[in-house]
Ligand binder design. Sequence first.
Ligand SMILES: Nc1ncnc2c1ncn2[C@@H]1O[C@H](COP(=O)(O)OP(=O)(O)O)[C@@H](O)[C@H]1O
Ligand SMILES: CC(=O)N[C@@H](CCC(=O)OP(=O)(O)O)C(=O)O
Length: 291
Amino acid sequence: MENYDNLIHKANILTEALPYIQRLAGKTVVIKYGGNAMTDEKLITTILQDIALLKCVGVNPVVVHGGGPEINRLLGKLEIESKFHNGLRITDGATMEVVQMVLTGKINKDITAQLNCLGVKAIGLCGKDANLIEVVKKPASDGVDLGYVGQITGINQKLLHMLTQDEFIPVIAPVGVGPDGESYNINADTAAAEIAAALQAEKLIFLTDIDGIRLDPQDPESLISVITVERINELIADGTISGGMIPKVQGCIRSIELGVNRTHILNGTIPHPVLLEIFTDKGIGTMVVRA
Ligand SMILES: Nc1ncnc2c1ncn2[C@@H]1O[C@H](COP(=O)(O)OP(=O)(O)O)[C@@H](O)[C@H]1O
Ligand SMILES: CC(=O)N[C@@H](CCC(=O)OP(=O)(O)O)C(=O)O
């Protein structure tokens, strides 16, 4: 009898998802998968399973991935120093080659192949494919020249719509194309936000290595479940939100302003964060709302 109860419990969990599936069917969900959340093969598989399941129930996921830690590792092996300014990698010519190799050559292809092994049709792209992400050189910040760091000027949303309507899951590496075909490095959070806005996505989800925005980054009890744009600006000003969390919250704000309905910051180092957020009544992480 206990086994039967267990099965009913499982069925109840599935039916809990029904209204969410109905609400999201046909809509686009952009998922930014950060390098710091790509810690463990088994966890990576659960996240890719979530994404495959979304596709199978009629949602259109679009994946934008990072890979900062892996870029740092290869740069280290090549004895090239990793330098950052305001969270952005200072990208000289040699660094750009490594960034492109790691993001488009390794991580992008690994994620794409793993998704395809789960029975969906994923296609790996970077901003240079069909001019998916057009950029110009980002102006110097506080007098610091960032080198080959791109500022996004256009997203080829037609290509992404075509792919998502035609069964594919685009998996996008944040390497942009400059006016003369040069490669430019883009922060993956910023790329995800611009892509979500261009697609008028229903949701933008950031998967990172922490459970969301905390009032005290060291205290898990201080997680904020729902936060407004105004409160975020206060928390940036007083230093509560800092470092790598800044491009995420800025991405949330920008995409909300441009019409994305819901933005979430979730822990990608636990199993199945996407399904837990999207298909359960409680949800996890931090949701950023307009007001
Ligand atoms: N208020 C805050 N709440 C939560 N995390 C914060 C906050 N301020 C800064 N952080 C930092 O932001 C980090 C996430 O950004 P980052 O390391 O760049 O992740 P990713 O590789 O996923 O883009 C967290 O690990 C945490 O150290
Ligand atoms: C300009 C810039 O900083 N680009 C990032 C791109 C990768 C990224 O954003 O990866 P995560 O999401 O894992 O941090 C970099 O070179 O590290």
